[in-house]
Design a binder for this molecule. Sequence first.
Ligand code: ZN
Length: 336
Amino acid sequence: MAHMWFGDLVTMKWWDDLWLNESFAEWACYWCEAEATEYTDARTGFANARKQTGYRADQLPSTHPIAADNVDLHAVEVNFDMITYAKGASVLKQLVAWVGPDAFVEGIRQYFKDHAFGNTEFSDLLVALEKASGRELSSWAEEWLQTAGVNTLAPVFELDADGSYSSFSVAQTAHADWPTLRRHRLGIGLYDEVDGRLVRRDYLEVDVEGASTPVAELVGRTQPALLLLNDEDHAYAKIRLDERSLATVIAGLSKLDDSLARALVWGAARGHDPRRRDGHHRLGPPRAGQHRVRDRRPGRHPDPDDGRDRHRPLQRPRAARGAQGRVGARDPSADA
Ligand SMILES: [Zn+2]
């Protein structure tokens, strides 16, 4: 149904803006599900499944900017992937938080009105969103749509003798291959242990920019049992937990009742597990028999396929072999 608007009513002019159709449809389906149906926790599914898929695709060598330079149809086929769908929808969720949900809806209404039954480029949408929100968006779009990679956000703070923050900032880093630091609209949740449950005491939203963003609003507040950057999941970034928060969730993730917060904490905590390779490891000490020893000595990292198949050109499958060629199909009398 989302494609009736994002794709059918207004269609992108060229494949560079494919995400105007696909990311929007993806984002809109979760948004509608959460806002207009009984499935109000739909965003937990988005965080657990879709967003993780985007983070993963964005950390592979095959990643590319969302608004790809699709010079021809061959390039389109290469770039039609989970960056377009899953990362695109996640970045859109961040854009909604960045301009504010009301301004976003007002902007896309105008965009549909102005371009109904026509073709657009991303700049057409930006114009509508800038007008509705009053926020300058072209440099935002450059950071988010024309560069690849995912940033990591971590809390950096000092504590008073009484256990409250005497300083607090959000540190942002990027992988060396994709060094862009971006602007983020970031939710921060403070959870305390109350009667055996983790209960949110405070929630605030801040704009994060550059390598370090001081958060004055947190100075003077008591350090919570769990501090969750990217609470509410507006940001597209890898999140780090401080030591106390990590200890809190290792001791009892199940004390968190909110399913979205639990998904976010779980995702962040996995990033701290030094044994993590494939996301299936559990937090805490391994159970008996769970250890698999792998050869990780330097210089002994054999290529998983020894390069055997990697460069072989695609070939048409061979014609099915006749029964003669198959093991076990020999004439049994021959052995007699
Ligand atoms: Zn689609």
